[in-house]
Design a binder for this molecule. Structure first.
Ligand code: AMP
Ligand code: ZN
Length: 492
């Protein structure tokens, strides 16, 4: 049973709405996946990690989510005139390999990165090249319904005709006239009738490597049609949530809505969700801007912008500290702060496993629990959730120091609350340092040693307390006295 009410910000209505899926408890979630002609950068990862959080929370509160995230492995053209090589074919020529070797290489790399960040695999991961028939069928229907036309083997979507019945620019709240202002005039070389018309199917010259037979001759699909075709195949003609990065709103998602509406006579998506961009010094991280570091460079620190390497979980924690609809600016300082925050959280989780219960609690656990749910129910607000968990960290450390008390039942509940929100919802996992902190035997021994040292200090036996600290340091375990108690860390 789902007993939480979520509010979701819907890009389409520009308001926060109560989440009411079409067929509860089932939720259909479609996220535009990567274009696999090169490595994913950290910006791409931010979007996929944000949707991982969203999917995790929906599942956590009891929804049954079918999460579809596609792989774009065909049809991305270099220019805006629907001509030239697609990016896969171009890279394949450059590296003198078969285009599908490019696709395979970068798909495997993408999966590795997603696993490193502890994101859950989608339920279905369809590829554009595996769904050429579906894209052709959809294009045929759009032509039959009168919203597309064929010129020299290329099929164009007729935006002006569509806009007579529907609002083409509804997702970005723009009128057709405004959109037209932003486009260049057609010239003699153009085949299409309208400046905003876009290709559903593109005629391919014989030298084009990736091409398929169709009713309009040999060609390949336009980019936008793949998501319309694959989302309706796996989630139906009306789906609950469709997401992607904000940069996809104006063209890709606008065209997806038009295609699906023109084909199926219904709005394809109930809630449109868009993640904001990861930036570097205020500039969007992108392949073309050349400011995109690869996850591996981040982990090793092997990049001019990086002062050192950061663990995947410190990076995930860094992303969780900002709401998915706000921009997130990369900096070494922010990552170092995230690293510390993550360690504090994991240390407290570890302490929580070894607390001694009292007869009754001196604090209200239900209130803390409700605040954690409230944060996530408010449009998946992970930074507020973290703030609530850190209030919990203070309580854990106070109980450990004897300043607060926890009952046995509450201790059990609090352990469930922390592991549920830290691991299942935020998707954090023990990294190498944290896994040492998680090792039950080591952590039990460390609590004991810290208690003995505390006793020694209370008795003003500083030679013993210093010896404990110094000998631990030789064993690469550092102690840090904070106002909330003593924390320990195993150095790498
Ligand atoms: P692409 O492989 O370029 O099609 O992008 C895959 C996903 O990453 C899309 O949902 C994009 O919106 C998203 N994306 C691209 N750049 C960034 C960025 N700097 N920050 C966050 N998401 C991004
Ligand atoms: Zn898409």
């Amino acid at each position: 049973m789902i007993n939480q009410q979520i509010q979701i910000y819907n890009t389409l209505t520009r308001t926060k709405e109560k989440f009411a899926p079409l067929n509860p408890p089932f939720v259909g979630l479609y996220v535009c996946g990567p274009t696999v002609y090169s490595d994913v950068h950290l910006g791409n990862c931010r979007t996929f990690i944000s949707f991982d959080l969203i999917c995790r929370y929906l599942k956590f509160i009891g929804f049954k989510v079918r999460y579809v995230r596609n792989i774009t492995d065909a049809g991305h053209l270099e220019g805006d005139r629907d001509e030239g090589d697609d990016k896969f074919a171009k890279k394949a020529k450059l590296e003198q390999v078969e285009p599908m070797e490019i696709v395979q290489k970068y798909t495997v790399g993408f999966h590795d990165v997603m696993r490193t960040f502890n994101t859950m695999p989608p339920s279905i991961e369809p590829t554009a090249t595996g769904h050429i028939c579906e894209q052709i069928e959809m294009t045929k229907k759009i032509i039959a319904n009168g919203y597309a036309y064929v010129v020299n083997g290329t099929v164009y979507f007729d935006v002006e005709k569509y806009n007579k019945e529907f609002l083409y620019g509804q997702l970005t709240n723009r009128k057709l006239e405004e959109l037209l202002e932003g486009t260049r005039e057609l010239d003699g070389q153009d085949e299409k009738r309208g400046r905003l018309d876009f290709a559903l199917w593109i005629n391919a010259k014989p030298e084009h490597i990736m091409r398929w037979p169709s009713p309009w001759g040999w060609g390949f699909p336009g980019w936008h049609i793949e998501c319309s075709a694959m989302s309706s195949k796996y989630l139906g003609d009306a789906i609950d949530i469709h997401g992607g990065g904000m940069d996809l709103q104006a063209t890709h998602h606008t065209n997806e809505i038009a295609q699906s509406q023109a084909c199926n006579h219904q709005a394809p998506v109930k809630y449109w969700m868009h993640t904001n961009m990861l930036t570097v010094n205020g500039v969007r991280m992108s392949k073309s801007a050349g400011n995109g570091f690869l996850p591996d460079e981040l982990f090793t620190g092997n990049h001019p912008l990086l002062e050192k390497g950061y663990s995947p979980m410190a990076v995930r924690f860094f992303m969780m500290q900002t709401h998915y609809r706000s921009t997130l600016d990369f900096s070494n300082a922010a990552l170092q702060a995230a690293e510390k925050g993550f360690e504090r959280l994991m240390a407290a989780y570890n302490t929580l496993q070894n607390l001694t219960p009292s007869a009754a609690s001196s604090f209200d656990l239900n209130q803390l629990k409700q605040k954690c749910y409230d944060a996530m129910n408010d449009d998946f607000n992970a930074p507020i959730l973290l703030a609530q968990l850190f209030d919990g960290v203070k309580i854990i450390n106070s109980v450990n120091d004897g300043k607060e008390k926890i009952s046995a039942a509450d201790l059990d509940e609090m352990q469930k609350l922390f592991s549920g929100f830290i691991f299942d919802v935020l998707g954090l996992a023990a990294d190498s340092n944290a896994s040492a902190a998680n090792d039950d035997t080591l952590s039990t021994v460390m609590s004991l040693v810290i208690d003995i040292r505390k006793d020694a200090k209370t008795k003003k036996d500083f030679s013993t307390s210093d010896k404990i600290r110094d000998d631990l340091a030789k064993a690469k375990i550092t102690l840090k006295d904070t106002k909330d108690g003593t924390e320990w860390k195993l150095e790498k």
